[in-house]
Design a protein around this ligand. Structure first.
Ligand code: COA
Length: 337
């Protein structure tokens, strides 16, 4: 549970997104692997995804820069108003410098603290809970949080890699968090979980050393997403529902009290399983997976930015942010806007 003794609340004052121009449709995938568009739509709900043009400089730092700039414009503040920048990503341009440092410099944020946080698809949800705590502690006033990944550079677009190839796309979203004098605003409950033992079901090996026990070493798997789709599906359905139930219990509310469920987009069937269990109507759980696929840490802020753009989220709404992913990781962040 969140500490309610803080003198401050936290408000979300802006959001923005950035998607690479290039589209990779199911029909494009039919050309390079044994699959069909019908199969992909039926099993995942995805019809296309975006793919960053790495060769022309479209990298995680670049889409992150655009997303946070759009969020700053939306909030009507400038980069120099930020006093911390956090980037949820598992695909930085390179191990160092961090995407945070690159972006802080590019947007002209000055010498503020900037760093990356890696919790795969759960990264943005974890980081927004961290931002809330840092603001409520009194240490920071305005924090920019980005969720961004260019995962397609780790995908094998051949039949051997088709399980993961159909799912993932590139994208970035960002939000600006600011201290509020209203203590009612901000995060009211959250969960962060991990299970390293289950990490073997979804990983990207950099070398022989990264292969889990009992995995046969395969040179073609280096720097390519390795996924046991069935095991991840089971984990996701189970933990996604569990974390919703736990968060509702922590907050002492029933499912219908939540105005919007802003969920990681991994597979339409996983989203539907939670909707059915908790009786969540379609208008409370935005689905955009058909357009973007699974954009890893970009997924949750992309959904939020689209909801804000369409005017569906209103001041005072109760919003539950939810994600699960590699690590394995899963978590929630329940906000009173
Ligand atoms: N196109 C066509 N056929 C495919 C395929 C593809 N892209 N991928 C797998 N298949 C085949 C399999 O080879 C298998 O054939 P077989 O029965 O002859 O052996 C059949 O389809 C069923 O495979 P299975 O793995 O059981 O499919 P599935 O219904 O579990 O769907 C996923 C596969 C990857 C879509 C699904 O497991 C999934 O979404 N898992 C969760 C992944 C996820 O969310 N990852 C990110 C977490 S953040």
């Amino acid at each position: 549970m969140s500490d309610t003794n803080s003198r401050f609340g936290v408000e979300i004052i802006g959001s923005g997104l950035c998607l690479p121009e290039s589209r990779l449709t199911n029909h494009d995938l039919e050309e390079c692997m044994e699959t069909t568009s019908d199969w992909i739509v039926k099993r995942t709900g995805i019809t296309e995804r975006r793919r960053a043009d790495q060769a022309n400089g479209e990298r995680t730092s670049q889409i992150s820069t655009k997303a946070i700039q759009n969020a700053l414009d939306d909030a009507k503040i400038s980069a120099s108003d930020l006093d911390l920048l956090l980037v949820a990503t598992m695909t930085p341009d390179s191990p160092t410098p961090s995407v945070g440092c690159i972006v802080a410099d590019r947007i002209g944020a000055g010498k503020i603290g900037a760093m990356d946080i890696n919790a795969a698809c759960s990264g943005f949800v974890f980081t927004m809970s961290i931002a809330d705590a840092l603001i409520k502690s009194g240490a920071y006033k305005t924090i920019g949080v980005i969720g961004a990944d260019c995962i397609t550079r780790f995908i094998d677009y051949s039949t051997a890699g088709r399980g993961a190839a159909i799912l993932f796309g590139d994208g970035a979203g960002a939000m600006i968090f600011r201290r509020s004098e209203s203590q009612a605003q901000g995060m009211i409950a959250h969960r962060m979980h991990s299970d390293g033992e289950g990490g073997k079901h979804l990983f990207i090996p950099s070398s022989l050393l990264d292969f889990p026990e009992n995995f046969e070493f395969d040179e073609n798997a280096i720097n390519r997403v390795q996924m046991n789709g069935k095991a991840v599906f089971k984990f996701a359905v189970n933990k996604f529902q569990q974390v919703i139930a736990d968060t509702l219990e922590d907050a002492g509310i029933s499912p219908e009290k939540v105005d919007h469920y802003v969920c990681h987009q991994a597979n339409l069937r996983i989203l539907d399983s939670a909707r059915e269990r908790f009786g969540i109507p379609e208008e409370k759980l935005l689905v955009n997976i058909h357009k973007y696929g699974n954009t890893v840490a970009g997924s949750v802020p992309l959904v939020y930015a689209e909801l804000m753009e369409s005017g569906k989220i209103k001041p005072g709404d109760l919003v539950m942010f939810l994600a699960f992913g590699a690590g394995l990781t899963w978590g929630s962040s329940l906000w009173q806007l």
